[in-house]
Design a protein around this ligand. Sequence first.
Ligand SMILES: [Mn+2]
Length: 459
Amino acid sequence: MRLTKAKSLLLLVSGLLLSSTGPLVAGEHPSETAKSSVIRMAPPAPVFDERARLAELANRRTGHMYSAEEASQVSGIREIWEASEFEPFLRALRNRQPYRPKADKILMSAKPAPIESGASSGFEKLFAAAGENDAYIYLLVPGMADSLEFRQEQRFASEWSKSASGYSIKNASPIFAEMRLRKSPLEIALLQHAIDISTEAHERAWVAAGEAKWEYEVDAQVAYTFKLRNADHWGYPSIVGCGTNATTLHYEESQGRVTPGELVLMDVGAEYDHYSADVTRTFPVNGKFSAAQAEIYQIVYDAQEAAAKVARPGARVSDVDRAATEVIKDGLLKLGLITDRNSKEYRVWFMHGTSHWLGMNVHDVGDYGTKLEPGMVFTNEPGIYVRPDALDNLPKTPENDKFIVAVRPAFEKYKGIGVRIEDDMLITPGGVKWLTEALPRRLSEIEEFIPRAREEAAR
Ligand SMILES: [Mn+2]
């Protein structure tokens, strides 16, 4: 079966949507998938019925080159001109001159062309607003200066604001961010496929870690699986850290030893057709958690469970974060790694947030104050990191001296253990769906899976 994989480029500066498409053969599955295996092979890529895809595209601005009629239907905009009219149009606006292209440059219009003499030009209200400095031009202009991606728009905005035109530039990015927060069924299918590829990558890496001497050998299984399953790329640089390297949040070097008895923290996610997975597991090299490793692991696992319980329509990401954090605090207090659960002490061991939006970017756009709605996707990723230098790096204060003395015995016991578990969560009408549920997560499941998969690989 053949399918066109749409690659789209949106260019908003002209007010027109331009898109380019490239063909891709998909749907037919690589031969290796047919075999039954302990490792969960990614299922075939989603193939969309052409009519369903077009219907979908009528609702989402991706991939398809719109006809003027389709563009009008989607946007409600009833005036559509050739992009070449952009410059003369803006020049006229600046001079408060009504402007209308020649008939052959008008792709769609609600008005007759040209403007009849004596008739209203339709520009009176706009020019009046500009006269009051109350007219706006919307562009994608991110806050950061010198953006590579939006250089054209930024240049335009800076040129435009040099003259007192009465029109000010407004950033359209929040409008797009708002649209990207809620995923359609098609977007969710693509995201799920990125997650399925990532699941297979994790499982292959767990098998390889049994024989590997170096972290990059484990990492190589991830790169291999992404290629094997036709992922675009990784969604973000892979993190594969063994032992104390697991306590470094953005450890991307993969240059360390793989040592039996240690844990490996793997935060890897594929990107497929623009959608990125974001998945972390922490597993024992030899397949069996030590008692101390298991204690830390179980707290992080319980924190995830608590976070998932409060994730439902109407809740906020901050509620999810709070639920996970409370469990982490209780656990750290019990282990003796903090002395006061009502303080910020837990931040020494859990120094990042629990969640971020997920979609076309691994840290997707969107307002974190938004109430959760069906179709929103975010990560659930608590962690505990007992960095060997954590206590040395605390500012020298009397409070910290007391804290260090109090937690020293527990610190010595858990030193060098880093655990993060990260799953991708879709809000549904009834609560939440774990898009990453196929990848073993419970401690006993991981301990059961690893020897079985390694045995199969050895056969
Ligand atoms: Mn993440």
